[in-house]
Design a protein around this ligand. Structure first.
Ligand code: PLP
Length: 391
């Protein structure tokens, strides 16, 4: 059975061009980039070239890039660095819909005695920017707002918020793990101090991330060890993955236009076909202002997990808007923050496309998914109840 992969916000296929570029670093080019000999030094030079490629994608300077192990480490590093740089300030401002890489850290910070403000969103997932501005105070060490939401794809006005934070002398960080590679980003002229990204979300390998730190931003390392990354992140470099991330940055940059035209058109084709064939189906999140590859659809009165299982039987991969915790299906914190009703949140499915998807694949999903929803609804007591009420 063919796999139809529509779960690219979870992880992406490593582009074959990226794999090819990485392979020599597992075999003949195994030198340590910090070594004095030229065998290792040559790898050091190649890492510098990769850093330039990644910086190019962001409109950053190469020395503003710090390699990490993943997006989660980048997020933790940024927030901890800002707190360490401003020990007198005890407040963090973030949103209610961040990825756990920021959300769980912030919840942990509360236990450590920090004050965290979680800014709400509206029914479309749009951020309450006025609320955020009202809660930036002289006690705020850092504002951390994601660029694009991983579940709904909704984009936040991070450049505008970063300028407002700068005017008040507050550091600004954005978790751009889902945005980098999908929408154009130019950090050169803006006010964003720190930005997190992750290799495996942009057709690079897993186990590599990066943190952009604007020149002049107060910073202290999270991982203390050797002098790697100019003393800002200890640990021998993951050379193959760094080379891969550099090539991936070039790859997504070359395909940015296609992402925002062909991939977006495929997403819209999928979405409009499903909405026209399935009753009681609605899009979660601002349909205008979101990533080109993401569609989050609530199929009311069915369980998302059952939809996923039945789609899996047809080789279709996607994600649901609920997580099975302690035996009960909890709707995601993102959909709850948006106020999506229980019966819709439970049946929410995230489809996230990539450059590798085709029209045939989308049509296959459109053919197989509506009967799945129909069958599940026939078995759903919620659906029976809803039908009786409207009858
Ligand atoms: N931030 C966002 C918005 C994400 O979507 C993810 C991964 O899903 C992460 C952070 C964590 O990235 P990583 O898996 O590289 O730790």
């Amino acid at each position: 059975m063919k796999t139809i992969y529509l779960d690219n916000n979870a992880t992406t296929r490593v582009a074959p061009e990226v794999v090819e570029e990485m392979l020599p670093y597992f075999s003949e080019r195994y030198g340590n980039p910090s070594s004095m000999h030229s065998f290792g030094g040559q790898v050091g030079k190649e890492i510098r070239a990769a850093r330039e490629k990644l910086a190019g994608l962001l409109g950053a300077r190469p020395e503003e890039i710090i390699y990490t192990s993943c997006g989660t480490e980048s997020d933790n590093t940024a927030i901890r660095a800002a707190l360490a740089a401003n020990p007198g300030r005890r407040q963090v401002v973030t949103t209610r819909v961040e990825h756990p890489a920021v959300k769980s850290l912030c919840e942990h910070l509360v236990k450590e005695g920090y004050r965290v403000t979680f800014v709400p969103v509206d029914r479309s997932g749009r951020l309450d920017v006025d609320y955020l501005y009202e809660h930036m105070t002289e006690d705020t060490a850092i504002v951390s707002v994601m660029w694009a939401n991983n579940e709904t794809g909704v984009l936040f006005p991070v450049e505008q918020i970063a300028r407002a934070a700068k005017e008040r002398g507050i550091a600004f960080h954005t978790d751009a793990v889902q945005a980098v590679g999908k929408i154009p980003i130019d950090l050169s002229a803006g006010a964003i101090d720190m930005l997190s990204l992750s290799g495996h979300k942009l057709h690079g390998p897993k186990g590599i991330g990066a943190l952009y730190v604007r020149k002049g931003t107060k910073f202290s390392p999270f991982l203390i060890g050797g002098h790697q990354e100019s003393g800002r992140r200890g640990g021998t470099e993951n050379t193959a993955a760094i080379i891969g991330l550099g090539r991936a940055a070039e790859f997504v940059s070359d395909h940015m236009e296609e992402e925002n035209t062909r991939v977006k058109a495929l997403r819209d084709r999928l979405e409009s076909a499903l909405l026209s064939r399935v009753t009681h189906a609605v899009v979660n999140g601002d349909p205008e202002n979101r990533l080109p590859n993401t569609s989050n659809i609530a199929f009311e009165f069915v369980e998302g997990e059952s939809i996923l299982l039945m789609m899996d039987g047809h080789g279709i991969c996607a994600s649901s808007g609920s997580a099975c915790t302690s035996g009960s299906l909890e709707p995601s914190h993102v959909l709850r923050a948006m106020g999506v009703p229980y019966t819709a949140a439970h049946g929410s499915i995230r489809f996230s496309l990539s450059l590798y998807n085709t029209e045939e694949e989308i049509d296959y999903v459109v053919e197989h998914l509506p009967p799945i929803i129909e069958r599940l609804r026939q078995m759903s007591p919620f659906w029976q109840h809803a039908c009786e009420k409207t009858a």
